[in-house]
Design a protein around this ligand. Structure first.
Ligand code: NAD
Length: 439
């Protein structure tokens, strides 16, 4: 691809995915603009370093002293449910974007990614720490259930109702306190449409506090949403057709390891989140909420397990990810943060559901890339080669020294199969003493 040769020629995402990583930053921006992913104003904004208004930070958090910058990249080659996506990723860790793009290319050539949402509703919790008679309490609540749902929709969630969402269920749970008495927890189920919905559901729960106390004579202790949203799960599936049987078997074995052993499951899920978190950050979503949900869901049967699973099915390898991924395309800072709103536009998703499906797909693809590397060349080759760049900079090499030190470190890596910062420091010391001797 020669970007910019004829700017009038329409360019598709498939076109720009070819050789994208080999382009300079300028050429990448031009390619994204030609494919209609970015606009002129976005390019100017990104060229300025991606900051519009320094005082913006003050509007988001407290005691602001500056900004923390993170690289923003794009993962290429993603075709999800038959649609091409340019996936924005804000992340500091080397090789994540490269691995996602490379693995997505593999699937693009030899398989397919499909996604779906299972359920719509998020959960709000109203806790009554001590109820005298749980059965009586439950009966009282259920009597008013429909009225309170209707009132919540009329008084608080009317904006969501107008958009096809709102409060849809009210459930009473008995939670044993461990001392023979009961705690009651009321769950409010609400479809937040395109918002993550935390603030809206918290308001619904607070709104119901007074009527609940009045009808039951019991005391509400606290109200807050739950991040374990097992009522709104996102599923991604990868089917690989052309895969060597030996590799498919190794990936299946690696997957079983992560299903059965929590020590491995934690690292496996970290690898999945390597793909998910950068999109959440780039789009201004609450990645702590998704992380909390993912880990809680991973432990749902009492043992912490992988949220992904890979199995052979005849000549196919089939991978599945299922997790609560509650995100918004409105609300929070999604539209207030200029980079987040630009990234959302770049992704071109029409709904929060579509965003969560993309996030799930990228998490699953990232997992496949990691499992392939781990069961073939190992973590060092793929990861450390790219990490060499970071070590070179950390050792203090300047622009001229960087390529020389990188070359030296690659030689050490090939020879010793390991590499560390001390190698970089030593290589730099040697280089500088050689230069001094010659000058
Ligand atoms: P929000 O408070 O900004 O509300 C979203 C707004 O968008 C609503 O007023 C709604 O009416 C409006 N809206 C416009 N178009 C809409 C559409 N198509 N669909 C749905 N709503 C639409 O945001 P929120 O989503 O309620 O809350 C998200 C924020 O809450 C995040 O910043 C998160 O960090 C924070 N939070 C999280 C937790 C947690 O996860 N435990 C707890 C508290 C707060």
């Amino acid at each position: 691809m020669e970007i910019g040769k004829n700017s009038k020629e329409p360019i598709t995402l498939s076109d720009i995915f070819k050789g994208f990583s080999k382009l300079s930053r300028e050429e990448r921006l031009k390619a994204l603009m030609q494919a209609g992913v970015l606009e002129n104003a976005d390019i100017e904004y990104l060229q300025r370093g991606g900051m519009k208004d320094f005082s913006l930070g003050e509007k988001f958090i407290e005691n602001v002293i500056g900004y923390f910058q993170m690289p923003l990249g794009v993962a290429t080659n993603f075709r999800i449910d038959g649609r091409d996506y340019v996936v924005p990723m804000a992340v500091e860790e080397t090789s994540i974007v490269a691995a996602a793009s490379k693995t997505a290319k593999w699937i693009r050539d030899s398989g397919a990614i499909s996604t779906r949402l299972i359920g719509q509703d998020i959960i709000g919790q109203i806790q009554l720490a001590k109820v005298k008679d749980f059965a009586k309490f439950e009966a009282q609540i259920l009597k008013f259930r429909q009225l309170w749902m209707d009132l919540s929709n009329q008084e608080v969630a009317f904006g969501l109702v107008r958009r096809g969402g709102g409060v849809r269920d009210l459930v009473v749970r008995r939670v044993p306190r461990g001392d023979g008495t009961d705690m009651a927890v009321i769950h409010i189920h609400m479809n937040p449409v395109d918002a993550m919905g935390a603030n809206i559901i918290n308001q619904v729960c607070e709104f119901l506090k007074a009527p609940i106390e009045e009808v039951t004579g019991e005391k509400v202790t606290m109200c807050i949403l739950s991040n374990l949203v097992d009522t709104r799960l996102t599923e991604a599936q990868v089917i690989l057709e052309k895969i060597e049987p030996d590799l498919a078997e190794k990936i299946e074995e690696a997957s079983l390891f992560a299903q059965q052993d929590p020590y491995r499951a934690a690292t496996n899920n970290k690898g999945v989140l390597n793909g998910m978190d950068p999109i959440l950050i780039a789009t201004g979503n609450d990645w702590r909420a998704v992380e909390a949900g993912v880990h809680a869901y991973a432990s749902r049967d009492g043992q912490y397990r992988s949220i992904t699973e890979w199995k052979r099915d005849g000549r196919f390898l089939v991978g599945t990810l299922r997790a609560p991924i509650v995100v918004g395309t409105v609300g929070g800072v999604t539209t207030l943060h200029p980079t987040a709103s630009m990234c959302l536009r770049m992704l071109n998703v029409e709904s929060a559901q579509e965003l969560s499906r993309v996030v799930a797909a990228v998490g699953l693809v990232q997992n496949l890339g990691a499992l392939k590397a781990l069961t073939t060349v190992g973590i060092i080759e793929g990861h450390m080669k790219l990490h060499i760049k970071n070590l070179t900079l950390a050792a203090g090499a300047d622009e001229e020294e960087v390529p020389l030190i990188q070359k030296k470190l690659e030689e050490i890596l090939a020879l010793k199969k390991r590499i560390s910062l001390s190698h970089a420091i030593e290589a730099l010391r040697e280089l500088r003493s050689r230069v001094q001797t010659h000058s």
